[in-house]
Design a binder for this molecule. Sequence first.
Ligand code: ASP
Length: 319
Amino acid sequence: MNPNLTPVIAIHGGAGTITRAAMSPAREAEYTAALSGVLQAGQRVLADGGSALDAVTEAVRLLENCPLFNAGRGAVLTRAGTYELDAAIMDGATRAAGAVACVKCLRNPVLAARAVMEQSEHVLFASDGAEAFARARGLELVEPAYYFTEARREQWERARGTAGTALDHDAASRAAEPIDPDSKFGTVGAVACDAQGRLAAATSTGGVTNKQVGRVGDTPIIGAGCYADDVAAVSATGTGEMFIRAVAAYDVAAQMRYAGLPLGEAARRVVMEKLPAIDGRGGLIAVDRAGNVALPFNTEGMYRGFARVGEAVNVWIYG
Ligand code: ASP
């Protein structure tokens, strides 16, 4: 145990085309307040001697409950106008992991992911089976209307309009392109290092706007959108398909372990070199067992911040 270690939590609320010009001061204040409140809650867990695992669970639960972010309440809509949520959690100390994909009626997918980790012999449950598992463990269920926000519906209407045109004029290649970059990313995540130097990560999302029914992104894929071991904890946001192909979250820890890179450089290479090489857009948050934090992104902005116990919270939106 390192007596000089100050516990720390970092969070993100998604990356993408987030520019100051496109954001009203009131909206910016809302995001800043929401991120700060979540960081303070995570800080409290760690200050009270809570584990990194408990801190990231609580932070992501609160982000899911906040309609500003694309996870839980405020999730984006699928092409069919439905909701399909993904979440994952990983305990770096034990390398235990749990995840759920394509769930439609869980208030807090991250709590279901944690239940999968702690109360099953499996890592990933999908769709009906995931919901049945969560229901059997008494997790809170909601109607689809719970996830609804007018802002997401408007995004969806815009995306649908563009996608319709793209499909009409072209076939698969154009249909597969980003439809509305403004609305693409909004996943939430948290990583933490507790007083014992234990690491944990959690990620939760509604996916990408107007996604096909049944599409699963990187978020619930351990090693892609979420990963933690005894070297680093990582939570990602961005074009999920590329994060899966890059095994992005794991690659940060792997470069540290095998190439001896410091956290910041390992994270930078993934986000600024490896992902762009396959057109991957987005960012990640990462923490190592010494409490170092990295928050790189290759988009215009990323809702992000970190807080050490006993210190002020730090929150940023733009590049
Ligand atoms: N990575 C998420 C996904 O592909 C989306 C996001 O980060 O907002 O489902």
